[in-house]
Design a protein. Sequence first.
Length: 162
Amino acid sequence: MPNSSRFKMSQERLDALKEELEYLETVKEKEVAELIKEARSFGDLSENSEYDEAKTEQGKLYSKIAEIKVLIENAEIVDNNTSDVPKDTVTLGSIVRVLDIEEDVEECYEIVGSQEANPRDGRISDDSPVGQGLNGHRAGEEVVINAPAGAFKFKIISVENK
């Protein structure tokens, strides 16, 4: 069954994934193979906890490698420089400064693909309620966003597209 879902990300994220894959397939894979070899030398594999741990580590490594390969194969690079979207409109890759009207607090978000999201760093997914609610709006507009925590009312102060 082919996986037709695409993962939106920046070129920087794709490059980082390729770098991580290279590390896992070369350095890390050799380290794990060495652990297995060493554990085998301890004798009886049926009672060898070091061997079991090394094999578990190998399984995790191969799983991570497979996951990264899927992300790379299905990556969709988003570049706002080639987009027809007006420069003051929120889209994937935008840095948006908003005013939470009810709390009277200014916040800054970068709208990113789900693979790059890190809300603690202000990087929110375009698939999140806030990302979806801001998408397509322009600086100066007020937006009501329905999220699991309730409704938020934001005024978009500025939009910066790289």
